[in-house]
Design a protein around this ligand. Structure first.
Ligand code: PLP
Ligand code: COI
Length: 354
């Protein structure tokens, strides 16, 4: 049963909206006027409140800082030409939020509370939603452990926080990616499928090295053999090989992306064969060499549909065709945008109206 969420609202006395440069929105640096907070204690979520965005007070002993009991989500809100505000598939993020919570031994948040809390926050800051092409309001829910205790055990208290901020594209250019064969993002039995803060922490050193070598993103491979493609640092990896849409099947090492799922659904509706399976590095490299790899892209909320321009493997760089000539990813990109921005009917019920 859906309960109506009781949220205490304290509005800001000084909006930063007028001071914000909407023509210059690097991802993740601008925050809207308000944020939502809630506390978990004594076995329940309480004290849902929307307050002006700002610093929060916390003990330096909280276990999320020391042991990484923390995870997050990422979703987006869009404003249609008629002023209607929608959030894209928040129900999917709500389910994944709880998968992450379970893996990290943290409390679940009922899915309808997750969606309602986010919708309430987006509603208050609806003037912050950019209307420019490729722009949206990024929504960042997060949960972290707050017990000030240095013993290694699950915290008894937690904070749920949701931030929002106007964003442009996460990737501003065609990606030059490298297939990683030394470091591992996630191991079997680990927490790769959770949106755990620690997964991103462990990816930073390999990511930094890749950037120093001139790459934009890594393609992670399986930790056992490094022969199979898993995903990218901030997106799922998808390929059009021999006329089939191919992507790694989800498993405990891979984040089950909402964008990935959306792309797969659209491809199937368009009659394109889809294969969710183990994807070998060898077949992708062979496809790049032979020209049968006609499309490759990252699929993610922040990334949207981010074309891959070249793939490097064992010191060799393989160039793919011009992204403008790619039939599939161009069509997916345009269709997704049309649904999100309301210029095409949302026949799947993906848009949650705020
Ligand atoms: N994989 C990783 C590691 C990510 O960080 C993301 C981004 O959220 C994705 C995949 C794509 O997931 P989604 O489409 O749900 O944003
Ligand atoms: C998202 O796409 O929402 C993400 O979480 C990617 C992020 C790591 C920038």
């Amino acid at each position: 049963m859906t309960e109506t969420l009781d949220i205490q609202i304290t509005k800001t006395t000084h909006s930063r909206l007028e001071e914000t440069d909407f023509d210059n929105l690097p991802f993740g640096r601008t925050f809207s006027d308000h944020m939502l907070l809630a506390d978990y204690a004594d076995g329940e979520w309480k004290n849902f409140r929307i307050v002006p965005y700002g610093e929060i007070k916390m003990s330096p002993a909280i276990s999320s800082l020391h042991y990484g009991q923390a995870f997050f989500e990422g979703l987006k809100a869009y404003k249609h030409a008629d002023g209607k505000v929608v959030i894209f598939r928040p129900d999917k993020n709500a389910i994944r939020f709880n998968k992450s919570a379970e893996r990290l031994c943290m409390p679940e948040l009922p899915t309808d509370i997750f969606v309602q809390s986010i919708a309430a926050l987006v509603d208050i800051d609806r003037d912050w939603i950019p209307t420019k092409a490729n722009h949206s309001l990024y929504i960042r829910p997060c949960m972290f452990a707050t017990d000030p205790y240095l013993g290694v055990q699950p915290s008894a208290t937690y904070t749920y926080v949701v931030l929002t901020g106007p964003v442009g594209p996460y990737f501003s250019k065609t990606l030059r990616v490298k297939i990683e064969t030394h470091y591992t993002r996630a191991a079997e039995g680990g927490m790769g499928y959770a949106k755990a803060a620690g997964n991103y922490a462990s990816s930073m050193l390999p990511g930094k090295k890749a950037v120093e070598e001139g790459f934009d993103q890594l393609i992670w491979t399986d930790g056992q053999t490094h022969e199979y493609i898993e995903e990218m640092g901030a997106a799922n990896a998808m390929f059009m090989l021999d006329g089939k849409l191919i992507t790694a099947s989800t498993r405990d090492t891979i984040l089950d992306g909402v964008t990935r799922d959306t792309v797969i659904q659209l491809a199937k509706e368009w009659g394109i064969p889809v294969e969710e399976r183990r994807v070998s590095v060898a077949e992708i490299i062979e496809g790049a060499q032979k020209g049968t790899l006609t499309d490759a892209f990252g699929a993610g909320t922040a990334a949207t549909i981010a074309p891959v321009g070249s793939i490097s493997y064992n010191g060799e760089e393989y160039f793919l065709c011009d992204p403008k000539e790619r039939v599939f990813s161009q069509k997916v990109f345009k269709t997704l945008d049309a649904i999100k921005y309301g210029t095409e009917a949302d026949t799947h019920g993906w848009n949650y109206v705020v």
